[in-house]
Each structure stands twice: as structure tokens, then as C-alpha cells.
Design a protein around this ligand. Sequence first.
Ligand SMILES: [Zn+2]
Length: 593
Amino acid sequence: MARMDPHSYYDEDQPKTKEIRFRWEVDFQASHITGEAVLLLETPSAGFMDLDTKELLIGSVAADGRPIPFEPGEPDPILGQRLRLNLPAGTREITIAYATTPRATALQWLAPEQTAGKVHPFMFSQCQPHHARTLAPLQDSPRVRVRYTAEVTVPEDLTAVMSAGSTGVRMGPGPRSRTFLFDMPQPIPSYLIALAVGDLAGRDLSPRSRIWAEPATVEQAAWEFAGIEDMMVTAEALFGPYEWERYDMLVLPPSFPYGGMENPRLTFLTPTLLAGDRSLVNVVVHELAHSWTGNLVTNATMNDFWLNEGFTVWAERRTLEALHGKEKAAMAWAIGKAGLDDAFERFGAESPFTRLKTDLWGVDPDSMYSEVPYEKGARLVALMEQTAGRESFDLFLRRYIGHFRFTSITSEEFLAFLQESMPGLADKVDAKSWIYSPGLPANCPVFRSEALESLQALSAGWKSGERPPENALKIWSPEETLVYLQGLPRPMPEADCLWLDETFSLTGRTNYEVLVEWLSIAAASDCPPVFPRLREVLMSVGRMKFLRPLYRAMGATPRTRSLAREIFAAARPGYHSLSSRLAEEIIAAYPAD
Ligand SMILES: [Zn+2]
């Protein structure tokens, strides 16, 4: 028996799925999906096959149409339940009739009040890292790549979209229902299977890109992301042809726990990117870059997550540089460094969780989510680029993507390929220390930008009375304001908070990066005039990147702690399960009052 993925019962010696056919009915009354999954095997097979399931109700299992017995194992809090099948000789396909339950962590069911339109319910999935098994029984490891088709029946006034090509829509089968048909012809890891159902409208942004959102949001979203074709052309020039035909995007309701999720052909996005000034589209550049690094070349398991995220953050900044120049990219690196410093502080620099290659046997990958694989990983890629020289590294990168396209690899497979294609580079940059040792190596690249350094010097001078220029509000970009705020001391006296707010109109900002940085200063400073806006944000937004600093900052004083507990109790029913758990963990770590 050979299990190589700490988060899956998938066994490399057993039969392997090559394609799945889903037939689903989405029931908003019961908050569940009923239907079947047909798993087509790579070759006719026999014997044991272990599937991942979690919180699923399995009705029946058939091998090539003949019912076979099935036995769900003991539930494990991280892995869920192993579903062990014993396949008769020559089995080609397995049909499993099942239903999800309201406890499915992959699915969030929103009441109409939780949507922008307030009339229709909404449902969306988030399968990464190991939640696809709550949506369907399957081999839920990135090492297993599958094509899929789906027939999704939803109430007739709602629209279903998936990380797949649309192949049509028909009325029925029941009264007042519609069935949407999908086909994903390229093999993807199970964590990229994605579904959303709601009152959706689409606007074409280019011949190969459409934005989907609720009707109330779609015009704003179409304006915000109008530059997508430019981004795609720029990214293709850097990383090679776009292989997924279409790049559509879906703006979700505000409870979506992430900034974006790179579901192929249909990136999922938080509405907190709709700043009104296109200042947060770098998240789209990031998700788009995953079309090469992550979706085309995928980490074998969550232990190699840096291969997805480190390369993608690096690719995102190369694209930003090509689109908007070096200064913009340097600023993005600096903003990223603050997130990395935070993660090191949270774990301790010597913690094994600050390695790039992690050992997550027995560890829930959601609880270890941090900026380390992103920002430390991207710095290793940048160091390789600087050491090899841009031109030869870009050639290497295209070879790397070409060689491993549509496969899922380990850090060791990456290192072997690196050694073969650029002999000596790994040793020169000491790649093994980067990958296998904790902390940030001394040869970490530093990204210099004059604008950045003067902003950082200015915020460092706050305590000695230095203040920004009077016209800063007019002349600073949102990124510049963010870098300045990140460097400010906290707590600060209420009068200073109010001065800042007035000078920079911070409480009214629509750029959530700036707004949340400001709100964390105000929360850490126990500044009551800002509490109503703080409450408003925490009540409506579920993006964990924002919940984390805000709930942490509110741990500062008995008054802010009690405010945090009160807001969390009220906000919790509207949060995604991941967001709830995050806030709960932070609040549980507060000192007792
Ligand atoms: Zn990413």
C-alpha cells in the first residue's frame, strides 16, 4: 500500500480515476446536492480502491452497472471517511449514488439576505485544499488528475457555472427547473472542481473572457476587470500560450473566504476587489498566472504547495512589471514582505511551518495556511531568476511548464528537473536550504524602490513627529498609502488616529486593502469613532485575509475584545465555515477578561 498524500486515502498502487461524470440536483431548501458520480478508470481494474468522502450520504455503488458492497471507514477529523471498494475483475466504471449534507465544508449556502440582490439564494464551492470529498466521493489528491462532465439541475430562475466549458442548457427535468451541461476536457486535480449557482448575469470583456456576477454587481465588475485581455496577452508573452480556451471570472457574494480561487476557465473572486478604481486587479493577475503555475503544473500534495503559490506570486509580479513597470512591482514585493514577516512572527522563524517543503501528516492544511509558501516561495524563484539571468531563467520556466504540463509534481521532481536543465543553479542559490530549512536564508533578494523607501522612512519617523505632506491624499496611490500605513506604530493615541482618518479619508475608503490596514490600526488603538465601520466590515466580509488582522488587532484591550466577541456572535451565521473557524481561533487565544 502506498499512500503519498497526507490529506487523502488515495493509494498509488490502486486503480486510478481518469474521468468523472457528475449528475447533480441542487436543492436550496435542504441545502444539499443529490445525484451521482460516475468514476471512469484509466484501465479495466480489480481489487481494492479507496475513495475520499466526508459528510456524504452514500446510497449505492455499482461496478459496470452491477451493485457492489461498500463500507465507509471511521471518520477522521481531517481526512473524513475512507470509502473502500472491492472491484470485480475488469471494472471500467463505478457509479455512486449519493447526497451531500449541509455540513459539506466545500459548499456555502447563502440565504437571499446574504447576496447583493437579496431576492435569490446563492451557493458556491471552495474545494482547495481537501474539501472536494464533501462534494463528491473521489480520489481527492492532486496527484490524480481527472477530466469531468456535469449535468447540474437548478431552480429555473438561477444559473449554474462551473470550472468547465458550457455545453448547453435545457429545461427540466422537473417543473420549474433547468439543467446546465458542462465539459472539462483537460485533466485537473480534484481541488479545481468548482460550482456556483445563483442569480447571475454575464458581460463579455473579450472574445475569450466573460465576467459573471449578480445583476446588481455585474456592471461595476465589468468596469473593474475590463483590462483582462491585456493581462492575458502580457502573461502569454511571458509564460507561453494560454491552454484553457476561456478565462471567465465570477464575482461572489462577500462571504467568499479568499481573495480569489484559480478555478480553471472560471476564476472565483471576492467582491472586495471592486475598489472602483481598478487598484486591486493584481489579485486577478495572480489567479490568471495560476493558469500556468498551479493549474497546468500542480503541487503533488499540500506539502509542495509552494510550487503552486511561490511560482504564481513571482509570475504575478513579473506580469505586473510588464504591465505597469518596475516601481509597481517593487511595491508589490514590499507589501508582500509585510505578510511574510507576520507569518514568521505567528509561527516563529524556526518553526517547521516556515519551510517551503512542509510535513503535514496529521496536520489540517487549512489551519497552517500562511504567506510562507507564497512570499518565501516567490523569493526563491526570484533569486533563481536573478542568479541565472532573466533571459535564461525565462527560457527555463517555459521548458519547466512545457515538460510538466497537466501533471502534479513534488519539490524533489522540481529539483531534479532544475539540476538537469540548469546544472549548478540549485547549489548556487542553496535551493535545498530554502526548501528544507526553516526561516529566510541570508541570500534572500531585497527589492528596492526609492518611492517605497521614502514612504517607509516617513512612517518610521511618526514617533519622532514626522507627518506626511499635506497633499498626500491627492498624490499617493492606494498602494503608497498602504505601505505608509503598514509602517505606522500601533496602538496610537486616539487624537492621532482621528488626525490620520481626517487627513487620508480612511474610514470611507472603498479599497479594502487600505481600509482594513486602517481599521486594524484603529482597532489596536481602541478608537471608538471607527467601531461602526469596523462592525460593518466584519458583518459583511468573510475574506480571511481581512478577518485575520482585524480580529487580531481587536485583542488589544478589554473593550475591543468584548466588541470582537459581540460582533463575531452576530456575524457568524453569515460566515463561511473556514472564516468562522479562523475568527474563533483568534478570539479563543485572547487573554481572559
Ligand atoms: Zn494563488
